[in-house]
Design a binder for this molecule. Structure first.
Ligand SMILES: *Cc1c(COP(=O)(O)O)cnc(C)c1O
Length: 462
């Protein structure tokens, strides 16, 4: 399988090169040259596969023969053996019409482990196979950093440096990152905001000489391997409902920030999975809700909410969707993105909006509504939601119609966001691995929020 850029200026490359490239060299995003389309018989034959077996089949379609099947199987098995639940991503029934796909059973209790456990192993495999050094540099507002560090800690051939805003991530997120003492991990606590971290990273990646000298690689969700890994659980959830006798299409409600997770669902549908509506749940940062309802994509004012991993104004994966919305026409995507850069907004015509609304419905959840959903489900269903998942559930409740079944993706364990849960006076017991973090020593270096200060640290570390 080859990969091309949404902007059409990169010659087709194989899977491994696509993973290493991250952002496409022309500024676009990499997508498969052809989407595999599964015949019904093949879909049925996957029905009884375990999670790792299913992941192997899905990855095989996208990797092609670049990684021998035995090696790919080992990569997949290693990646999902670290999950605490034997089903990896189990589906919990809340009501007949509402199910929760629990994606938080990985090492850092957030859904990002599903993709980053695999990407970490894949980077180690590529490093060994091609005898190359891989230095990962990333910025995080919390979940990505912890998950990426867990994905590569102690692995040969890889070093990782993660920037986080000093004192501005949740306590559990901070501890998850900074209690790791492997020699290949460097945590930089930057004096500044997440935006400062992001800007520093972006500018360092733009210094081509520095980037090549230190073999810098990215881990954010623009990496195509992350998206592909996330398609797997849509299939898995669909099969679990089918097992319970549900025939027909299933809606998925997805707590959305950078549009990566829900875009994976869109790809699963393109591959032939019977998906009903993809419900795009946002918090008060609702640029994507406005896009689905009005056809206008325009960043608004940034709001801090109880679901910080969804506090995003410019969704980095959105360009991938535009590419498919416009019939895989890279010239159109190119000019739309250029216009977006100049004018700060994208407006699509009514015929395109009809297509968007055929696949997606959207709902922006207000802060109070999010906490209400947590309290309601805790009381009525004895099920504790984290604030991100609560946005997904609130959106599903707001949009669901009679007779339809919705699976809400649960993107984090409530223990990660206890600060919000406490606001409704709910007491939770932390799982042992999280409780244990509070007694461990922390390892991080506080740095000034400037490119020079960060680069000086990197030069010493790499
Ligand atoms: C990253 C994250 C999201 C948003 O996922 P996207 O792929 O960026 O849309 C939602 N919830 C949690 C807990 C996250 O960590």
């Amino acid at each position: 399988m080859n990969y091309i850029s949404t902007r059409g200026q990169v010659a087709p490359i194989g899977f491994i090169d696509a993973v290493l490239m991250g952002l496409a060299d022309d500024g676009g995003l990499l997508v498969p040259e052809q989407m595999p389309r599964l015949p019904q018989e093949q879909l049925s034959s996957w029905q009884r596969l375990s999670y790792p077996e299913l992941a192997l089949e899905v990855f095989s379609l996208f990797v092609g023969d670049e990684i021998p099947r035995g090696d790919l199987k080992k990569l997949v098995d290693d990646s999902y053996s670290t999950f605490r639940h034997e089903e990896v991503t189990p589906v919990r029934r809340i009501r007949d019409d509402l199910h929760v796909l629990e994606l938080f059973h990985g090492p850092t209790f957030a859904f990002k482990d599903v993709a980053l456990q695999f990407l970490g192993n894949l980077y180690a495999y590529i490093s060994a196979k091609t005898d190359s050094i891989i230095h990962i540099l990333g910025a995080t507002s919390g979940d990505t950093g912890a998950s990426a560090i867990e994905g590569v800690r102690g692995k040969e051939g890889i070093r990782i440096c993660i920037l986080h805003p000093n004192g501005k991530v949740s306590k559990v997120q901070e501890l998850q990152m900074t209690t790791v003492d492997d020699a290949n991990v460097l945590n930089l606590a930057v004096e500044g905001t997440f935006d400062d971290c992001q800007r520093i990273i972006k500018e360092i990646f733009a210094e081509v000489e520095f980037k090549h000298k230190y073999h810098l690689r990215a881990i954010n969700s623009i990496n195509i391997a992350r998206i592909l890994a996330q398609t797997v659980y849509y299939f898995y959830a669909y099969f679990r409902l089918a097992e319970q006798g549900h025939a027909g299409k299933v809606n998925f409600s997805v707590p959305t920030g950078n549009f990566g997770d829900i875009f994976a669902g869109y790809l699963a549908q393109k591959m032939g999975l019977p998906v009903g509506k993809l419900i795009l749940a946002t918090n008060e940062n609702n640029i994507l809700e406005r896009f689905v309802k009005e056809g206008v994509y325009q960043p608004g004012e940034f709001r801090s909410t109880y679901s910080p991993s969804m506090d995003i104004q410019v969704a980095s994966n959105f360009e991938r969707y535009l590419y498919y919305l416009y019939g895989e026409d890279t010239a159109v995507v190119n000019s739309m993105m250029a216009a977006f850069k100049k004018e700060g907004r994208i407006v699509i015509p009514q015929d395109k909006l009809n297509l968007v609304q055929a696949d997606f419905a959207a709902y922006g959840v207000q802060n109070d509504e999010c906490l209400d959903a947590i309290a309601k489900y805790h009381e009525e269903s004895k099920y504790l939601l984290d604030p991100h998942t609560a946005c997904g559930i609130a959106a599903a409740d707001a949009l669901a119609s009679e007779g339809q079944v919705t699976v809400t993706l649960s993107t984090a364990h409530p223990a990660k966001f206890d600060e919000a849960i406490q606001l409704r006076s709910i007491k939770q017991t932390f799982p042992d691995p999280i409780q244990a973090l509070f007694d461990k020593p922390q390892f991080h270096t506080v740095v000034e929020g400037s490119n020079e200060a960060v680069k000086a640290r990197l030069e010493k570390f790499f």
